[in-house]
Design a protein around this ligand. Structure first.
Ligand code: KIV
Ligand code: ZN
Length: 514
């Protein structure tokens, strides 16, 4: 790794998963981790193993299966947390334990009920303990930016002495500003005497919308590791967004003079996958990956871009993996053409996954004349959602219209039996959901429903995401079809399937940490 290289530490699967309403199962986390590897991030923070059995299993799976990248696991400054993280990381090629404890007086007094001295001693003991197990130990002083600078410097100096190889400076509540953060970084560089023995890192939250600016400031001031999440997911307002930090470092290399090894052409794909699997859509005007990020509306801009792209475009859509070649396949396209298209779009699927995607492509091609790249992405990504199909949609029929009570009849298959049920509702979708609830004998709370069209045009695929609640938990489901009622039914059934699996599995040790 070169002196100017930035280490990109991705915490989508840990801090990103703390986004309200997000819950990924182990298979989905693995899918994202594999894509993060394609994106070529340097380290993946795979989870917080002591938080739940599900988190532990996910870290273990990623550690065993994703090679050629660092895999990190979070632990509070306690032996039990560190043991659990170590256990989960055993199969990893490049494991790292990330130990944290708060250092601000607010956190010490109200959360930890510890003195500064006690927290310092705990940090030192636990870093030494983690180092006795593993070669790479990262230490975070939670709420660093609201901590006393002198005390903070002492904590970092002591943990480096105890064996920390990376020291992370979290702006936990998104409070700092670029100018102030630069001062703190430079203060630590001059007041932590052994700073040259560890890698400096930052972790910025976005409460005041400054996470990316603060992270870039850190990069400018020589901080080696930047922690980010895809689409800026994370606690509350989220973390510094990977795509924004990376593209800013690349586009303004003249200013930052730093190198990133991320394969930027995988950015768009990664953003889409994360948004599909988490159910958190990307706002249209989001920098880099929003639907409008490369759209030029005003005539004067369009004219400028047509005569010379650089008039209004500081980076190309291709640089983040947005393809230009839009109209692709149709009804008569064969398997070869389909496979070639998957490759061109950057997918690396095994034979089984290609077969399943091809079947869905053929079904779609019967109904839709031109299949666009976005349709193929939707077909592949919809299948990336890993929910066992306990219940399957056999058929759905509705009757609806002005002055007619919407009614729906559904047939739901479970292990060879088809259960039928009918119901009416406030609209056709409501009627379908009620009929499904009747057929499967479950009552759930519908928390959210959104429908978006994958492409333009009358025959566009509709993608429905639903969130349902039961026993205080939320479950996500997706459905894809040209018929939005069918897409809605599929999404609702997939959420119920997820609920069935996760509720039967949830006598888990959910310790509710953090
Ligand atoms: O925001 C934060 O302080 C964290 C730490 C665990 C690094 O996420
Ligand atoms: Zn955080």
């Amino acid at each position: 790794m070169g002196v100017n290289d930035v280490i990109v530490y991705d915490t989508t699967l840990r801090d990103g998963e703390q986004t309200p309403g997000v819950s990924l199962n182990a298979a989905e986390k693995l899918e994202i981790a594999k894509q993060l590897k394609n994106l070529n991030v340097d380290v993946i923070e795979a989870g917080f193993p002591i938080a739940s059995r599900g988190d532990f299993e996910a870290v273990k799976l990623i550690a065993a299966e994703v090679r050629g990248v660092g895999v990190s696991a979070l632990a509070r400054a306690s032996k039990a947390d560190i043991d659990r993280a170590y256990e989960a990381l055993k199969g990893a090629e490049h494991p790292r334990i990330h130990v944290f404890i708060a250092t601000s007086d607010i956190h010490l007094k109200h959360k930890l009920k510890m003195s500064r001295e006690e927290a310092l001693n705990r940090a030192v003991d636990m870093v030494a303990y983690a180092r006795s197990k593993i070669g790479e130990v990262q230490f975070s002083a939670e709420d660093a930016t609201r901590s006393d600078w002198d005390y903070l410097a002492k904590v970092y100096e002591s943990v480096i002495e105890a064996g920390a190889t990376i020291i992370n400076i979290p702006d936990t509540v998104g409070y700092t500003t670029p100018g102030e953060f630069a001062q703190l970084i430079n203060y630590l560089k001059t007041h932590v005497r052994n700073i040259d023995k560890a890698i400096m890192s930052v972790h910025c939250h976005n409460d005041l919308g400054m996470a990316v600016a603060n992270s870039l400031t850190a990069a400018y001031h020589g901080v080696k590791q930047i922690e980010v999440t895809v689409n800026g997911l994370g606690e509350r307002a989220g973390n510094a967004s990977l795509e924004e930090v990376v593209m800013a470092l690349n586009t303004r290399k003249d200013y930052y003079k730093r190198d990133v090894r991320v394969n930027t052409q995988q950015i768009y794909r990664t953003s889409k996958l994360v948004s599909t699997l988490t159910g958190i859509s990307v706002q249209p005007n989001k920098a880099i990956v929003g639907a409008n990020a490369f759209a030029h509306e005003a005539g004067i801009h369009q004219h400028g871009v047509l005569s010379e792209r650089s008039t209004y475009e500081i980076m190309t859509p291709e640089s983040i993996g947005l393809s230009h070649n839009n109209i692709v396949l149709g009804k008569h396209s064969g398997r070869h053409a389909f496979e070639a298209k998957l490759k061109e779009l950057g997918y690396d699927l095994d034979a089984d996954a290609i077969n399943r995607a091809f079947e869905r492509f053929k079904d779609l091609a019967d109904k839709k004349k031109t299949i666009l790249d976005q349709d193929i992405e939707a077909i592949v990504e919809n299948k990336a959602i890993s929910v066992p199909e306990i219940y399957q949609l056999e058929f759905v029929q509705i009757s609806s219209g002005t002055n007619v009570t919407p009614t729906a009849t559904v047939g739901i298959r479970r292990e060879g039996n088809v259960m039928q049920a009918a119901d009416c509702g406030d609209g056709p979708v409501d009627a379908v959901f009620k009929a499904i609830e009747k057929a499967v004998g479950q009552q759930v709370e519908l928390q959210d429903y959104f429908l978006k069209s994958v492409t333009g045009g009358k025959d566009a695929l509709g993608e429905v995401t639903v969130k349902i609640g039961k026993n205080g938990k939320t479950f996500l489901g997706h459905g894809l079809s040209i018929d939005v009622i069918e897409a809605s039914a599929r999404a609702f059934i997939s959420a119920i399937n997820r609920m069935m699996v996760e509720l039967s599995y949830s006598n888990d040790s959910e310790e509710g940490v953090k």
